[in-house]
Ligand binder design. Structure first.
Ligand SMILES: Cc1ncc(C[n+]2csc(CCOP(=O)(O)OP(=O)(O)O)c2C)c(N)n1
Ligand SMILES: [Mg+2]
Length: 363
């Protein structure tokens, strides 16, 4: 009766296809048509410029707080492009790039970030849930949706996004366990961006990878280079195919980095070094993908410049439209209306405060 190693159902692998030096593993390149490759690139650039403009507008007091996706664009586009519009997307609060891919108008995102409920409305034909602020809460929602689709015999899947910090929450463990127990068509995308506000990945959990947490539930887990769009896409396609075939859920850990602030209410210089940020900037997912598209002769430097000008115009146009709508909607004070039947005194005070400061700003 010796002590023996128990063979688990799955092993943890790391997938990289296009590395930061531009080296490509040709055997692993997923099939993606040229039109989609270009759409992926444009979406990443649009998201990047949108983030940068929103940051400025927030600093000018024109919108409220938001969580930039800067640096994580490949993790988001690579995954979202690998599922169908009929599948469900269940985001956290940082999925601007994925939301743009799904068709969420920039105007809506701006209105939402400026405090207008109207901006959070998901277009009727879009199978997305609204953003979820309570960390990891959306994971159980995705599993519930996937389970419901399975019960109804629908051939769609639910894909949910969350961060490294979310893997410490009970909802993550409950969600993964239930997803595997009921063999649901769920794809879990963990964007390991190395930080949960000021908590670094090293002390978030002592496991070597986040992907290996899947093993505890008997689920396949895969770690991918999250700044490598091709790797993220290939991994998600595999997970989506598995889900659709009825073979159950997958956890994908995208190793990436949050280049910007956690939210606009945060100052990362208090807890992380400039050198660390600079090192990750050198692994910029957009630059890497542009290099790839240039070698494929799908893009030239002139094209890249043209796309940049085009998306900036689009971002500014969305702001104008959002501004017009804000004028029509009035001050966004109805955010205080829908939580309690009778507004408690502290909320009444905040409402008055906000009304006064908005009026003072108008002069
Ligand atoms: C249940 C809950 N606890 C705490 C917070 C405050 N909070 C917002 S984001 C965040 C960190 C999340 O980190 P991670 O899951 O890595 O996602 P990231 O912000 O890096 O994308 C925390 C603690 C919250 N929103 N919800
Ligand atoms: Mg994080």
């Amino acid at each position: 009766m010796p002590r023996k190693k128990i063979k688990l159902d799955h092993q943890i692998e790391n997938l990289s296809i296009l590395n930061e030096k531009g080296k490509l593993d040709k055997d692993l390149v997923p099939e993606i048509d040229d039109k989609t490759l270009l759409r992926m690139h444009r979406t990443m650039v649009l998201s990047r410029r949108f983030d940068e403009h929103q940051l400025r507008w927030q600093r000018q007091g024109r919108i409220g707080t938001f969580a930039p996706a800067k640096g994580q664009e490949a993790s988001q586009v690579g995954s979202i492009a690998a599922i169908e519009p009929s599948d469900w997307m269940v985001p956290s609060f940082r999925e601007t790039t994925a939301a743009i891919w799904r068709g969420t108008p920039l105007t809506g995102l701006l209105l939402y970030n400026a405090g207008y409920n109207e901006g959070g409305r998901i277009p009727d034909d879009q199978n997305d849930l609204p953003i979820a602020i309570p960390v990891a809460s959306q994971i159980s929602h995705a599993v519930g949706i996937a389970y419901a689709m399975k019960c109804r015999g629908e051939k769609h899947l639910a894909m949910t996004y969350f961060g490294d910090g979310a893997t410490s929450e009970g909802d993550f463990h409950e969600g993964l366990n239930l997803a595997q127990v009921y063999n649901t068509p769920t794809v879990f995308i963990c964007q390991n961006n190395q930080w949960a506000i000021s908590t670094p990945r090293e002390i978030q959990t002592r496991t070597k990878t986040l992907a290996q947490k899947a093993l505890a539930y008997g689920m396949p887990g895969l770690q991918v280079d999250g700044n490598d769009l091709l790797a993220v896409y290939a991994a998600t396609r595999e997970a989506a195919d598995r889900a659709r075939k009825g073979d159950g859920p997958t956890l994908i850990e995208c190793v990436t980095y949050r280049i910007e602030v956690h939210t606009t209410a945060d100052d990362p210089s208090k807890y992380r070094s400039e050198e660390e940020v600079e090192a990750w900037k050198k692994r910029d997912p957009i630059v890497r993908f542009e290099r790839y598209l240039k070698t494929k002769k799908l893009l030239s430097d002139d094209d890249i410049e043209g796309i940049d000008e085009e998306v900036i115009k689009e971002v500014k146009g969305a702001w104008k439209e959002a501004e017009d709508q804000m004028k029509q909607l009035g001050d966004p004070v109805d955010m205080f209306d829908h939580l309690y039947a009778e507004r408690p005194p502290y909320l009444e005070e905040q409402r008055q405060d906000m009304k006064q400061s908005l009026e003072a700003r108008r002069g």
